[in-house]
Write a protein that binds this ligand. Structure first.
Ligand code: HEC
Length: 508
């Protein structure tokens, strides 16, 4: 088996090298559209990804369900669509960030909503431009202790289950856990990149995000995502949620993640219920940014002016870098602030919104580590760009606390966020988009955590030992990776230690 595995890796690399040699780009600059197009695979197979959790395997809508059923928009283009005159391009940049971040963020939201609101985000019906979704989120294992696959897309709008917010996260009146359900929609240039990775849906190539193997593994400039985040939180629990956009969704009957996690699987039973739009995340590839990306967010404020729930979405902030040299103690006085935002020059924070939404009894807080931007439903000790810069295959911990070395150092973001900055600040670095975050990763997925997670989900179903389909390249590489990682870690303990007769001790 191992011999076969090695051979097929060699074969794959060989073919790729041959195909690209004749077409190598001449300039060292970011890969142009022309080069991406020339090297892109055109013989792609489409339409095979499942739409929602356990589709055709017991997860289908009940007979009495009369509403619309979610379909994954997955006809990814094989020709890179031309860049549009995107509204955000009008805003000039200085030092890697926009000179008017608020206007930039507004331009992102307008583009993301255009034509999508009218079709209730069944984006395949959008009259203005085409939109798509990411593969392999129907089977998703996201919240660390969840049962395999149970976070996967529900059948009404394709929402996946995310972070559970414990009591008191949003305000004093929220006593119980509330669940987040979310969905991301990508534009055509982003979809082209996804489509290259999944050109053969049974044999994804994570390194084909950029079809040019001599370039960084990047999405093309102008790749864009809008993500809608809904919560089961009610107006009684969070007063500012009044008048929010409400959707039906097939969500968990049991509210407590602890109860669900104890199993059995039937505790993950789903039923149609209401969710409310409380956050909108936006993400764009713009070559002018320090990292290649900008991430911004809006939060819902029922007290804001505006005729529609969309108009009452309030800008919270925009990040184009993490300020990797600004330690926690430099920007914040203590574990719970106050923090000096002026130290963080690679982001913009709407300070009025901090007062309106995050002053007790409300705590709809959008400040993460050391005052960096994070969404109200995100882990408050992280940041948008901090988590997203780790995106790659295989996935790695997205926070220092979740990493084994964080555990060895006994990090505690709640009590002592200011200690062990040498390790922590790695998680608040500025990884150049398209490079890997950690030397334990094989491929960057260029700040896309859904792509990273989708590949992980693919591996969880297709790389198991008893898989009946032909072994995908990614599984072969993963098996080799596991073996060599284990060997390398074993070697750390014996390196330089003399064995019998002074000979080196061989790990394994
Ligand atoms: C604690 C880590 C974490 C933080 C902080 C975080 N995200 Fe994410 N984000 C994720 C994960 C994990 C996913 C993929 C899972 C999903 O979308 O269901 C994701 C997905 C997304 C997506 C969909 C496209 C993609 O890259 O996968 C967007 C857009 C996004 N996040 C934007 C933001 C913005 C904007 C912020 C800050 C306001 C933010 N995120 C903060 C972890 C994080």
């Amino acid at each position: 088996m191992k011999l076969f595995a090695r051979l097929s890796v060699v074969a794959v690399v060989g073919i790729l090298g041959y195909a690209s040699e004749a077409l190598l780009p001449t300039s060292a600059a970011a890969t142009s559209d022309a080069v991406r197009n020339t090297l892109a695979r055109k013989d792609c197979k489409r339409g095979t990804f499942k739409d929602y959790y356990l589709q055709g395997e017991g997860g289908d809508p009940p007979a009495d369900y009369k509403g619309r059923v979610y379909k994954l928009s997955q006809d990814y283009p094989t020709e890179l669509p031309a860049k549009e005159a995107y509204p955000w391009l009008k805003i000039p940049f200085k030092d890697g960030g926009p000179v008017d971040p608020a206007a930039y963020l507004r331009a992102l939201l307008e583009y993301g909503l255009e034509g999508n609101v009218a079709v209730d985000f069944y984006v395949e019906d959008n009259k203005t431009r085409k939109w798509y979704g990411s593969p392999w989120m129907d089977w998703n294992t996201e919240v660390a202790s969840d049962w395999p696959g149970t976070d996967g897309r529900e059948f009404v709008h394709g929402l996946t289950h995310e972070f559970d917010s414990a009591g008191n996260t949003f305000g004093e009146k929220q006593l119980e856990f509330v669940d987040t359900w979310a969905q991301a929609y990508v534009n055509d240039r982003y979809a082209f990149a996804l489509g290259q990775v999944y050109c053969d849906p049974d044999d994804p190539k994570p390194g084909a995000l950029n079809p040019d193997p001599t370039g960084l593994n990047t999405m093309p400039d102008g790749a864009f995502v809008i993500k809608l985040l809904f919560s089961t939180v009610t107006e009684a629990e969070l007063p500012t949620v009044k008048g929010a956009l409400e959707w039906d969704a097939d969500i968990f009957v049991n509210k407590s993640p602890h109860f669900r996690n104890e199993g059995p699987l039937s505790r993950y039973e789903r039923r149609i219920g209401k969710v409310r739009l409380i956050q909108i995340d936006l993400q764009v590839r713009d070559e002018r940014s320090t990292t290649g990306w900008l991430l911004g967010t809006y939060g819902y404020d029922g007290n804001a002016k505006g005729e529609t729930p969309w108009a009452r979405m309030t800008p919270l902030g925009l990040q184009w870098g993490n300020n990797p040299k600004v330690t926690f103690a430099e920007s914040c006085k203590g574990p719970n602030g106050p923090c000096d935002y002026d130290k963080l020059t690679e982001q913009w924070i709407n300070r009025q919104a901090v007062k309106d939404l995050a002053t007790p009894p409300l705590s709809f807080n959008h400040l993460g580590f050391g005052g960096r931007l994070a969404g109200p439903v995100d882990n408050p000790k992280s940041s948008c760009m901090g988590c997203h810069q780790t995106a790659g295959f295989p996935m790695v911990p997205i926070l220092a606390e979740f990493a084994p070395n964080g555990s060895v150092l006994k990090l505690d973001a709640e009590k002592q966020p200011e200690t062990a900055q040498g390790l922590r600040m790695t998680y608040f670095g500025n990884v150049p988009g398209g490079s890997v975050f950690s030397d334990t990763q094989l491929y960057s997925s260029d700040y896309s955590l859904q792509l990273a997670m989708g590949l992980q989900n693919f591996a969880s179903r297709r790389c198991a030992k008893d898989a009946t389909l032909p072994r995908p390249m990614l599984c072969v590489q993963l098996a080799e990776w596991v073996r060599l990682q284990q060997k390398a870690i074993g070697a750390v303990q014996v390196f330089g230690t003399p064995g019998v007769g002074g000979a080196p001790i061989k790990p394994e």
